[in-house]
Design a protein around this ligand. Structure first.
Ligand SMILES: Nc1ncnc2c1ncn2[C@@H]1O[C@H](COP(=O)(O)OP(=O)(O)OP(=O)(O)O)[C@@H](O)[C@H]1O
Length: 317
């Protein structure tokens, strides 16, 4: 690690300003430890990709065992910022990425075991000797053939509605300032859960095809967490090549309330209202317009036909 130069890509706005505060802390510690670094502040959404494109011109190189490795890209931001960077490096899976989580939900950090305390996360990062492969989902829009890499989850229905409500709520900023960023998803859930209509859905795995007439929640996940720490599938892992799909059908409000209580105690997987599919490849079709989300970023309201598989990339973790 001695000769490594850190290239910090920082979203100061992540976590409603937590990114800026945590960057100051990281800067202080790197100076104290005499670790060389350069900083690239994002100035607008999508700027991440331009910064990465510039760094690809001679700074960032693939990691090779037994070869000197001198320049490490480190993302300081939330899941959305990391999502952009991972996708900017979609064709460079052997260029490692380090991560210092500073968002509201930080589900990827939870899923892969990176501390959400910035000083601990920095200590973890600086202790790494070589990168490790982590599985990501690859989601392809079958109609447009657009493919994007997914760190956490892709949802259609209620979880996408919750993401949209949280992203546009004033409570998110307030809760982030109170260091309760995850609660912004809880408050968004309470305001949208009973308004979500049911929708038809078709699931195709390598062994079966199943149709749901009244789906309500549909989340394809890479690791256990969504919505700022809710373990939607406690058995999922970013260290296997399985994709986990959870579907809940529209049920009576009382049954739904009971399912939510079970969810918080991680007892929900046995519910008869919940369907779970685990496979290395699957396709989801929602033939009517619905809201969608990918890693907490809104996909808008439309029909979806999405094909999922997994792929691995190197992370400095
Ligand atoms: N300077 C910027 N100004 C506005 N938006 C930015 C800027 N830099 C990055 N973004 C965008 O902000 C979006 C949200 O960022 P991010 O997800 O990192 O933070 P968050 O929403 O607070 O965290 P989380 O996803 O963990 O809840 C991303 O789509 C990212 O591209």
């Amino acid at each position: 690690m001695e000769k490594l130069v850190l290239h910090l890509l920082v979203n100061q706005h992540a976590g409603s300003g937590k990114g800026a505060r945590q960057y100051k802390e990281v800067q202080k510690q790197l100076i104290a430890k005499e670790i060389p670094f350069q900083t690239y502040l994002t100035e607008y959404a999508g700027h991440e990709r331009e910064i990465v494109q510039e760094l690809l011109k001679g700074v960032l190189t693939p990691y090779k065992d037994n070869k000197p490795f001198e320049h490490l890209l480190v993302v300081l931001g939330g899941d959305g910022t990391l999502h952009e960077v991972v996708n900017a490096l979609k064709h460079e899976p052997t260029i490692p990425i380090g991560y210092l989580p500073s968002g509201s939900g930080n589900d990827f950090a939870r899923g892969v075991g990176v501390s959400r305390k910035i000083d601990v996360a920095l200590t973890q990062l600086l202790a790494v000797q070589k990168p490790k492969p982590i599985s990501l989902m690859e989601a392809t829009d079958v109609d447009s053939n657009d493919t994007r890499l997914i760190l956490n989850n892709v949802g259609v229905g209620i979880d996408a509605k919750i993401v949209a409500t949280a992203n546009h709520s004033k409570a998110k900023s307030l809760l982030n300032q109170m260091k309760l960023g995850s609660l912004s998803y809880v408050s968004a859930a309470l305001s949208s859960i009973f308004k979500q209509p049911s929708f038809p859905l078709i699931v195709e795995t390598s062994t079966e095809k199943k149709e749901f007439k009244k789906a309500f929640l549909c989340t394809t996940t890479n690791h256990p967490y969504f919505g700022g720490g809710v373990a939607i599938d406690p058995t999922a892992s970013a260290y296997t090549e399985d994709i986990h799909l959870i579907i809940v059908e529209k049920i009576f409000p009382l049954s739904l309330a009971w399912l939510i209580i079970k969810l918080f105690f991680k007892q929900h997987l046995t519910s008869p209202h919940l369907h779970r599919f685990v496979d290395s490849e699957l396709t989801l079709t929602c033939p009517v317009a619905q809201v969608g989300q990918a890693d907490g970023e809104e996909l808008g309201e439309r029909n979806f036909k999405l094909r999922f598989k997994t792929t691995q990339r190197l992370f400095w973790m």
